[in-house]
Design a protein around this ligand. Structure first.
Ligand SMILES: [Zn+2]
Ligand SMILES: [Zn+2]
Length: 265
């Protein structure tokens, strides 16, 4: 199909629909789950401060603006496809290819996010790009895409570039991209949920300790100076930026004894 102005506009509209669907399913799904389970997980609330409806409204409004920015950045995908830098597998899906491409996309995204996020915490960059996301001191799942315009662009630009990187090895599997994006919104919405759903011992176990928890990212929102990672704890541990009391704070939240929680407002 020739790239005309009308084609680009259509592509942006499709992109806004797909992004909105992904965001609302992820953010509303996690919010609904927490609401349904609120009696059972009341002790798992991470902060004593409560998010208000005004907080949620700001997060949704800002996320909707981010999705418009994502749609604009998605035009890079169109250009890369036209240049042959992105190619999708046109044949039947291959399971092994889907598996390694999904894993590679997740690991690459985690590394990119850690370094981009640390860069955005430099004083000037913070004011310019990242302060809007940190308006959510007590985040909710609706904060998943609550970014300023500049941050939204940096968040989105990596996706077509990673698909182009995968294409160097083999044509990208549409299912790998779909699973990567579904995993992204699920982890993102859970990371901002405000309730810790992981089980006791999760952060110290060699089997699960390398995965971030909701407490991990919640501490980043309440205190700011630590826990820059997205999916994995690797980069924060390698670079010494994990919150020094991460395990203790997690354990206080998941402790069954009531009254053990620190005030994290
Ligand atoms: Zn931050
Ligand atoms: Zn956040």
């Amino acid at each position: 199909m020739p790239i005309t102005f009308l084609f680009l506009v259509r592509r942006m509209i499709d992109s806004i629909w797909i992004e909105s669907l992904r965001y609302f399913i992820g953010a509303a799904g996690v919010a609904l789950l927490c609401w349904l389970l609120v009696r059972r997980i009341a002790d798992r609330r991470i902060q004593t401060r409560r998010a208000t409806n005004a907080d949620r409204l700001r997060e949704v409004r800002q996320s909707m603006w981010s999705m418009a920015v994502f749609a604009f950045v998605d035009l890079i995908t169109v250009v890369l496809i036209a240049l042959g830098a992105i190619a999708f597998n046109q044949g039947p899906p291959v399971l092994t290819t889907i598996l390694w491409q999904t894993a590679l996309l997740i690991v690459m995204h985690d590394a990119y996010f850690y370094w981009m996020h640390r860069w955005m915490h430099h004083r000037t960059m913070f004011r310019l790009l990242h302060a809007v996301h940190h308006l959510s001191r007590t985040p909710t799942s609706w904060a998943a895409y609550s970014f300023a315009t500049g941050e939204a662009a940096f968040e989105a630009v990596i996706v077509p570039l990673m698909v182009a990187a995968v294409t160097i090895v083999a044509p990208a599997e549409p299912w790998a991209v779909f699973i990567f994006l579904a995993h992204q919104i699920a982890r993102n919405a859970f990371g901002h949920a405000g309730f810790e759903l992981a089980w006791p011992g999760f952060t110290r176990s060699p089997w699960t300790g390398w995965l971030t928890t909701t407490t991990h990212h919640d501490l980043h929102h309440s205190e700011g100076r630590y826990n820059f990672g997205l999916y994995f704890t690797w980069w924060d541990r390698w670079l010494g930026t994990e919150h020094p009391r991460y395990h203790e704070r997690f354990e206080a939240v998941v402790a069954t004894a009531k009254g053990a929680k620190p005030a994290m407002a």
